[in-house]
Design a protein around this ligand. Structure first.
Ligand code: RTP
Ligand code: MG
Length: 154
């Protein structure tokens, strides 16, 4: 049986600005995820640069930070067996044009805007999920007894 995992999802400024946040949360639940924490917030430049630190220096980094600070976002903690991969599968390809061509029903195809403004974010590994959940929800400390893998990454 696949282990219940947690992952960090973001509803990015384009999907929130379009008024799609509640609709996307309903789709998330219809796809078997439990939303165990949620928060609407606006990132400062410093926080956006920290969150996307792995992409510092890349050509798209300034555009990404401008986008992510352009309006409110929702941060969500999702739980489900195999949540990390399952959420990335539901989001679909990073590039919205590719998503529309290859997986027209994925969230980025349905709600994204372009190559940078792609509606949603998802953690890409257990270590990223631990870091990213802590980034938005520092009070959600994993329980080392019921969730030893997450506690080890924390
Ligand atoms: P995310 O981290 O947001 O879940 O997306 P991802 O893993 O699918 O993609 P990643 O490579 O981590 O890129 C992070 C975000 O940067 C923006 N991006 N823009 N060429 C571009 O204009 C470009 N490439 C990436 C996207 O918002 C992407 O989600
Ligand atoms: Mg990424």
């Amino acid at each position: 049986m696949t282990e219940v995992e947690k992952t960090l999802a973001l509803l990015k400024p384009d999907s929130v600005r379009a008024g799609k946040a509640q609709e996307i949360m309903q789709l998330i639940e219809l796809n078997g995820f439990t939303i165990i924490a949620k928060q609407k917030l606006q990132l400062t430049r410093a926080r956006a640069e920290e969150f996307y630190g792995e992409h510092y220096g890349k050509e798209f980094f300034p555009k990404l930070v401008n986008f992510m600070t352009s309006g409110p976002i929702w941060a969500l903690v999702l739980a489900k067996p195999g949540a990390i991969l399952a959420w990335r599968a539901l989001m679909g390809p990073t590039n919205v044009f590719k998503a529309r061509a290859e997986q027209p029903k994925c969230l980025r195809a349905l709600y994204g805007t372009d190559g940078t403004q792609n509606a949603t974010h998802g953690s890409d590994s257990p270590a990223s999920a631990a870091r990213e959940i802590k980034f938005y929800f520092p009070h959600l400390v994993p329980d080392p007894v019921s969730d030893p893998a997450a506690a080890a990454d924390y």
